[in-house]
Design a protein around this ligand. Structure first.
Ligand code: CMX
Length: 467
């Protein structure tokens, strides 16, 4: 008999040893059930026990040190957060619950006739740690299609914002205004037990993710298509297919691109600006709508998600100045000009990664398959051969390789989406999958309000014995 069959599960241990409050979420749902919340409840019951026992044994163990440079340097390298959904290895890139991007492309369920993973499957994986079946993924698609309609005040808000309000500001405003729907707020105000907070966070997250494509499509139509109406949701279609339809893109290959895009942009462990902000704001028990909106405001910064817009702006400028057929020498000169004017080369570098971003690589593979002769794609390939050497010559850039944003816009423009000011909204729709799954786990594990210690320079100097 396998050893695991002889050992009691943490859930069994829970039933024997832990206070009832810790076990109250367990439901014993079978692994192939389409009841995502039930499966999650069981996983959470197990995980609460595992974490509690781990902390009892190892709670005071030191895991790293903090230097003065780390404090002035954006806390790089400080191990200070627990995030369950994904892990970023500097050399290998992102792994979602242990699965790399090539593994996800192989293992996650696909749409009929499709080749790219469905983001619904990724969401299931991020929440539960399990690769879902087709039936499980379909149940998520259905649940999201059923909740996609927006409250009328949110539609009114979007329809009354002037087109000069950046699409990311519109996204953030609409998400914030959706919090009239929050079940978490309602439950909190009714005084529910805090052990159940995750359940209401889960309900809100499902509702919010369901609504994001509708919000994003209305923004697109209002800003770039003279307020054209958005197509109705089809309850038999997946999340990405409905999103593309609402945006007005009916090319099946674009839908496939969107499935890939929405999967790979979802999560990048916990310390990046959007994930960390959502977690931080959520730690004050702000509801998922407020927490995600805060994260979106961080994603809208040019050093983070807005870099995908900046890359296309930069490439377009390059083509305007140098024409379509650019020599390597001209390209080098253009890159140096960018650097000498005190700007960064957008789409290159990363705070944690030290190799080419696998999210860049998989988008390149998609392009090689579907648009190998696109001039902009060729230009991106040419830049890849030139930029890293130049960045290395600066002597300070820790990662000279391209990140996800160096490639995404090129694919979008090929299929006719040329409105670069909109690109980060797509990133945001995807990022919600990761940061909201994490928020559910924050509540499940009862993580407290975040409050690291800050110091003044005088205080720090005194601590270090500096004169
Ligand atoms: N072009 C020019 N200079 C760069 C650079 C780039 N692409 N990447 C890093 N540097 C510079 C930094 O600005 C910094 O200069 P100073 O010391 O003068 O301030 C120096 O190199 C060291 O930076 P680093 O430790 O290598 O990188 P950071 O962790 O500080 O910053 C990042 C990471 C992503 C902000 C930076 O590489 C950058 O600005 N890249 C361009 C913008 C971009 O593509 N952002 C998207 C990242 C992915 C995402 O979050 O979506």
């Amino acid at each position: 008999m396998a050893l695991s069959r002889l050992l009691p599960t943490s859930r069994a241990l829970c039933q024997q040893r832990l206070p009832a409050a810790l076990c109250m979420s367990s439901r014993n749902v079978s692994a192939d059930s389409t009841d995502l919340k039930g499966i999650l409840a069981d996983k959470i019951a197990d995980e609460r026990v595992r974490v509690k026992e781990f902390r009892q044994k190892f709670g005071s163990q030191t895991v790293g040190e903090v230097t003065v440079d780390m404090m002035y340097g954006g806390m790089r390298g400080i191990k200070g957060l627990v995030t369950e959904t994904s892990h970023l290895d500097p050399e290998e890139g992102i792994a979602f619950r242990g699965y790399t991007i090539p593994q996800l492309r192989e293992k996650l369920p696909k749409a009929p006739g499709g080749e790219e993973p469905l983001p619904e499957g990724l969401f299931w994986l991020l929440l539960t740690g399990q690769i879902p079946s087709e039936a499980q993924v379909k149940s998520v698609s259905k649940a999201w299609a059923e909740q996609a309609d927006l409250p009328s005040h949110v539609v009114n808000l979007l329809n009354n914002l002037p087109a000069k309000v950046h699409p990311m500001s519109q996204l953030s405003a609409a998400i914030t205004a959706c919090n009239t729907e929050s079940k978490f707020v309602k439950a909190y105000n009714e005084g529910v037990n805090k052990m159940t907070y995750w359940e209401h966070t889960f309900d809100d997250s499902m509702n919010l993710i369901a609504k994001l494509p509708t919000i994003a499509a209305i923004i697109y139509k209002n800003v770039y298509r003279n307020g054209e109406s958005v197509a109705p949701i089809d309850g038999d279609k997946d999340w990405s297919a409905n999103f593309c339809k609402m945006l007005g893109y009916n090319e099946p290959q674009f839908t496939e691109l969107m499935r890939l895009y929405l999967t790979i942009h979802s999560d990048h462990e916990g310390g990046n600006v959007s994930a960390h902000t959502c977690h931080l704001v959520g730690s004050a028990l702000s509801d998922p709508y407020l927490s995600l909106a805060a994260g979106m405001n961080g994603l809208a910064g040019p050093l983070h998600g807005l870099a995908n817009q900046e890359v296309l702006v930069w490439l377009t400028k390059l083509q305007q100045q140098l024409g379509k057929d650019v020599s390597d020498e001209q390209l080098k000169e253009f890159v140096w000009k960018t650097l000498k004017s005190g700007q960064v080369v957008p789409g290159y570098g990363h705070a944690v990664l030290r190799k080419t971003d696998p999210r860049y690589t998989c988008q390149r593979e998609f392009a090689l398959k579907h648009l190998p002769n696109d001039p902009m794609f060729k230009l991106v390939g040419q830049i890849y051969k030139i930029v890293p050497d130049i960045l290395l010559q600066l002597g300070k850039v820790k990662n000279p390789w391209p990140n996800v944003d160096a490639h995404s816009g090129v694919l979008l423009q090929y299929y006719g989406m040329r409105e670069m000011g909109y690109y980060t909204v797509l990133f945001g729709v995807s990022r919600a999958l990761g940061v909201l799954s994490s928020l559910v786990w924050d509540r499940a594990l009862g993580l407290p309000i975040e409050r690291p210690k800050s110091m003044t320079t005088d205080g720090l100097m005194k601590l270090c014995g500096a004169k």
